[in-house]
Design a binder for this molecule. Sequence first.
Ligand SMILES: C[S@@+](CC[C@H](N)C(=O)[O-])C[C@H]1O[C@@H](n2cnc3c(N)ncnc32)[C@H](O)[C@@H]1O
Length: 218
Amino acid sequence: MTTHPNVLSKSSLMHVFIMNSLLVSVCLVLVGIGCSGQSVRPVVYNANQELKEIRTPDILFVPTPQEVVEKMLELAEVKKDDLVYDLGCGDGRIVVTAAKKYGCRGVGYDIDPDRVIESMENVKNNNVQKLVHIEQKDIFTLDLSEASVITLYLLTSLNVKLIPQLEKLKPGTRIVSHDFDMRGIVTPDKSITVTTDNNETHDIYLWIAPLKKNDKKN
Ligand SMILES: C[S@@+](CC[C@H](N)C(=O)[O-])C[C@H]1O[C@@H](n2cnc3c(N)ncnc32)[C@H](O)[C@@H]1O
């Protein structure tokens, strides 16, 4: 029986297709294995993300003074192997400072496209693209379970609104909030007051997961 040349080329193509698929699968598995290690985990710099108005921010941008940023990170005892999420990152100063000072990874989330662009520029200017990732997201839609440190400068009402997400944090995750607590619903594990060089005082609150709610009715 003679084999038609077209049949031969089809089976060859199929062979090449199968071999290519196998090669791609092996590569994906290898990349996956590489990604699971702490030190090689890629942090995608989202230069190509599509930025658009999602909705009006729940609070406008007011930056945390740099001295207070440093104290927030100290109170959270940030270490190199931490993953810091700043919810409502503004110009990205908290995650950029954490990466520069402690060499840890960070993700800054903001809903405002202008803030996202500003944060990305800050990341680039400080050369921490390998550690810090900025994303345009509504913080109330986030799964926070990967974070080991959460930083907040929102409002008491917004901190309280975040409680259902914060209750799902892994044990030991530290939450630090500039100036706003959780209205007594969850008592902070620690709080400090920082006086800046220009004589302003700022409170910083620390909670360590799991959150211990005071009143089950809340
Ligand atoms: C007071 S600023 C704090 C900025 C920064 N974390 C700091 O401490 O310097 C609050 C930020 O939250 C952002 N924001 C407000 N509502 C948000 C939401 N629902 N999701 C994400 N970001 C939000 C604002 O755009 C603003 O940049």
